[in-house]
Ligand binder design. Structure first.
Ligand SMILES: Nc1ncnc2c1ncn2[C@@H]1O[C@H](COP(=O)(O)OP(=O)(O)OP(=O)(O)O)[C@@H](O)[C@H]1O
Length: 467
């Protein structure tokens, strides 16, 4: 499809006061006398897991049901006609310091103003000022903020809600779960959420990417070895990843890539609950819950004898098939706003998306799913609002189109010459498109690597351009 040039300047420019309110480090919410929301700035919306537009006009009670923070205490203060300060918490947000004050609007009737201060950010600033090493606190808070806000996403998408509830019920009953779906749909994030749902805070979550471990190292990585088990083995012996997950969750990502000989050993662990380190004679009991994930059709693989059927049934007691992002368009706006917030935490001048650019982000079909949306948003942040610079796969779209339900991504969209883009950038972008296409067509990174004549490490590295 022929791309139309995007004119960022055609959108009404935001007023300086609105820009100033959105640039505040604190969140600000103004309530009408009937407790509906009259205004929310960007930071308030981000802390609550909304976009500012979504928040405006919403009733406080409904807002409380949907928000990432638990506002019950503040609701009680409002009902009792009290004002004051309190600390609220949310799964994805951490601790937030809240103030509630009355404002007189039209004489007799009173509205309220609420401020929200993200304590992790201020803790970081305080530690920096005192010269204390602050990275751990800030990093973990930032990472938590970047974690998906599943409470909010479940409220937006009934399908996602049903799917996650299914996984939670399965784990509560001790059933093994397999998460299936295309690369980048969020299988690892779902697995981590399920772990957090059933684990207590200190239980380990060990994620193993089976596609990234060379076949020759697989057994020692997973099962460990006893001292002197082979030439070059550590004299102490080594715990494998299964043992490292003791008491917690072992997440076996890309399980379809496990070499066939190792499948028998894994099956024996799943049946007996014990492992034998390489060179060992004494089985060791290990208590872990196992979640696996794949973007391959394991049943088809088992028909071709490339995956053991008995192993499949041991792993896949409950299946969670995750839809590609293009089939869950209701989540797009939320994800765009969430990523925008994450990006703006690192920028001094907040990134604002023009209506046109947002429409393009909505219209795109995301063969790389949520991971690709995040990468695109970061590119937009770096390249600015210069339309010549923006990724060509976005600019070649007709933004009037909604997300395409299915269909092949047009790799050729990325081929044209664009002024200002270096050859290296253009080639990497095109290369990524080809790799993503190959993974989709062949159903796995390993097969895509074979088809493209590169090793699996190259594919893993090039498709995992995380921030
Ligand atoms: N529901 C979500 N909300 C926000 N961000 C998400 C969500 N799901 C995934 N992400 C982000 O998208 C990226 C890809 O997610 P993830 O690694 O979980 O996908 P995956 O399906 O396991 O991919 P692969 O099959 O390639 O291992 C990560 O940066 C992750 O933080």
């Amino acid at each position: 499809m022929e791309g139309k040039p995007m004119k960022q300047s055609s959108a009404t420019p935001p007023r300086p006061l609105d820009q100033a309110l959105d640039a505040l480090a604190d969140g600000l919410i103004v309530l009408n006398p009937d407790h509906s929301i009259a205004f929310a700035n960007r930071q308030a919306a981000a802390l609550c897991g909304f976009s500012a537009a979504e928040m405006t006009g919403i009733e406080f009670a409904k807002f409380n049901d949907l928000s990432a923070l638990n506002w019950t205490l503040l609701g009680e203060m409002l009902e009792a006609g009290r004002t004051g300060n309190l600390i609220l918490r949310g799964e994805a947000t951490g601790a937030v310091f809240i103030t509630l004050r009355r404002i007189s609007t039209t004489g007799a009737s009173e509205g309220h103003v609420i401020t929200l201060r993200d304590l992790a950010v201020f803790d970081h600033a305080r530690r920096q000022a005192t010269g204390a090493r602050s990275a751990p606190t800030f990093t973990s808070a930032t990472e938590r903020r970047m974690r998906p806000d599943f409470a909010r996403q479940r409220a937006i998408s009934p399908w996602l809600d049903r799917m996650i509830s299914r996984g939670e019920r399965a784990l509560l009953q001790g059933a093994r779960v397999i998460i299936t779906g295309e690369s980048g749909v969020g299988k690892t994030e779902i697995a981590r959420h399920l772990h957090n749902f059933v684990a207590n805070g200190v239980d380990p979550f060990i994620a193993v990417n089976c596609a990234a471990i060379p076949e020759s190292l697989f057994e020692s990585e997973l099962f460990g070895y006893e001292k002197g088990a082979f030439t070059g083995a550590s004299t102490e012996g080594k715990k494998g990843l299964i043992e490292a997950a003791e008491g917690g969750t072992l997440f076996l990502d890309e399980i379809g890539e496990i070499p066939l000989p190792l499948q028998a050993k894994l099956l024996s662990f799943l049946e007996e609950g014990t492992i034998l380190r390489i060179g060992g004679t004494r089985p060791r009991r290990v208590n872990v819950r196992v979640i696996s994930a794949t973007n391959r059709d394991l049943l088809e693989m088992s028909e071709d004898r490339r995956f053991r059927t008995d192993l499949y049934y041991r792993l896949a007691v409950v299946n969670m098939p995750m839809k590609p992002l293009r089939e869950v368009p209701e989540l797009l706006d939320h994800l765009i706003d969430r990523f925008l917030t994450a990006i703006n935490q690192r920028r001094s001048v907040p990134l604002q998306l023009s209506d046109d650019l947002r429409a393009r982000l909505r219209a795109y079909h995301y063969p790389g799913n949520i991971r690709e949306l995040w990468n695109l948003m970061q590119q937009i942040s770096v390249l600015g609002d210069d339309e010549e610079e923006l990724p060509r796969r976005l600019m070649a779209l007709d933004p009037a189109q909604s997300a395409r339900p299915t269909g092949k991504p047009a790799t050729s969209e990325a081929v044209a010459f664009s002024e200002g883009t270096s050859l290296r950038e253009a080639v990497s972008e095109y290369e990524l498109r080809i790799i993503e296409d190959a993974i989709r067509v062949h159903g796995s990174k390993r097969k895509a690597a074979a088809a493209l004549g590169v090793d699996i490490g190259t594919i893993s590295r090039k498709t995992r351009k995380e921030p």
